[in-house]
Write a protein that binds this ligand. Sequence first.
Ligand code: GDP
Ligand code: MG
Length: 167
Amino acid sequence: HCGFIAIVGRPNVGKSTLLNRLVGQKLSITSRKPQTTRHRIMGVDTRDGYQAVYVDTPGLHIEEKRTINRLMNRAASSSLTDVELVLFLVDGTHWTKDDEMVLNKLQKSELPTVLLVNKVDNVREKGELFPHLQEISQKMKFVDVVPVSAKHGTNIDVVEKLVRNAL
Ligand code: GDP
Ligand code: MG
């Protein structure tokens, strides 16, 4: 059981941090500066019974015109053709137009998607995203919605379980 898991979201939501957390290595560059990751970076997590290939997808925002499916297929090697699961990462403290755009693309892609609400360590009194959550969940049916902290490792085990189930 081996497959691609795409980590998708606007710049600065914590995609590279999440990839590092999931793979347990400093494979992807993280930074406060948006769009530090210029190239698609993959990390492989080999476990008993499954192997997850995580794809960090920088730049999936305004100027990206391809559909997410095509983007993912391009990111994947020729031997593996599809994405088993999308991890749609958002920042629990900020909801922006770019998030909205990513959401619209994911909706069209019809790929199974988990909504990860990141930076919960920074979300005091629910944060900015939470009032939008119901609206977001109405627009798109998610496999699950999980509050996480990529930085501190909160609920990463939950994410790994969802990944395992998808593979
Ligand atoms: P990317 O552009 O989506 O790849 O985002 P990065 O992984 O580079 O992270 C952007 C910034 O958010 C960095 O300063 C990270 O340290 C920070 N960050 C990532 N995850 C978390 C988190 O769970 N909590 C907090 N407080 N900051 C985070
Ligand atoms: Mg990055």
